[in-house]
Design a protein around this ligand. Sequence first.
Ligand code: ADP
Ligand code: MG
Length: 270
Amino acid sequence: MNDGNLKQYFVGTSGGILFAVSKMIQLTKIKKTYQTSNGLLYAIDTVSVQIRAGEIFGFIGFSGAGKSTLLRCINLLEKPDSGTVLVGGENFMSLPKKELLKQRRKIGMVFQHYNLLQNATVFENVAFPLEIAKTAKVERRHRVLQCLEIVGLSEKARDYPSKLSGGQKQRVAIARAIVTNPKILLCDEPTSALDPQTTQTILQYLKLINKELGITIVLVTHEMGVVRTICDRVSVMEKGKLIETLDMSDATFSPQSELAKYLFTNGGGI
Ligand SMILES: Nc1ncnc2c1ncn2[C@@H]1O[C@H](COP(=O)(O)OP(=O)(O)O)[C@@H](O)[C@H]1O
Ligand SMILES: [Mg+2]
């Protein structure tokens, strides 16, 4: 890694106070419904949560709890029916489309199934967001090589995704997600398609990116092991509602809800 270039992305200190205490994402009274054949479905039901700059924040719950929908509400890939979405102080719900697209570049995204372009090389995949952002070619190349180095894949730049393992594909996806210098990384079940050992590797890369680059990470998972390994705080979700938020470093860690008690006492897995 190039330390000179990394410095500008560090979570800074100001007068001894870590920026990490400030709120990066503020979701307030978010509602999202879908019209289904069985009537109106509350995918997100009046959820409020604040995520601090510099933390790794998890959402955990059973399938269908609303985790992915809530994550997508942060960058407005899903537009809430009501509520407010503040990201870095910007009110995303009231931004004109062009401005929203610009703001979205500050938010990278990683998915369970990598979503790589199969007909493009590793280099081209990572370069893709910069092409869209019309970044100059020299800068583009510099950034792509830098990000491939961060995820330990410099040697694979010319390869196609089909030649890579699942873990390597996810590392390409992570490099692609951070290539535009985002402040936030949204990860939707980033390790759910991977074996336990590869899961650990990916989580360590996410941790590195969080600590070294100061990128706030919001991570959706159904795996308690993931929460235990890297999350600073976690919200437990069920049927569109946020049930409880827990601080993983709290010495008096004591889940109150039945769901959180169940999740945290059942051998760490769902
Ligand atoms: N586009 C959609 N149309 C209709 N229902 C949806 C849509 N997206 C999600 N849902 C429903 O919303 C609920 C929450 O889904 P989701 O956010 O994907 O849950 P999770 O990620 O926790 O598994 C589920 O009942 C799901 O079926
Ligand atoms: Mg999901």
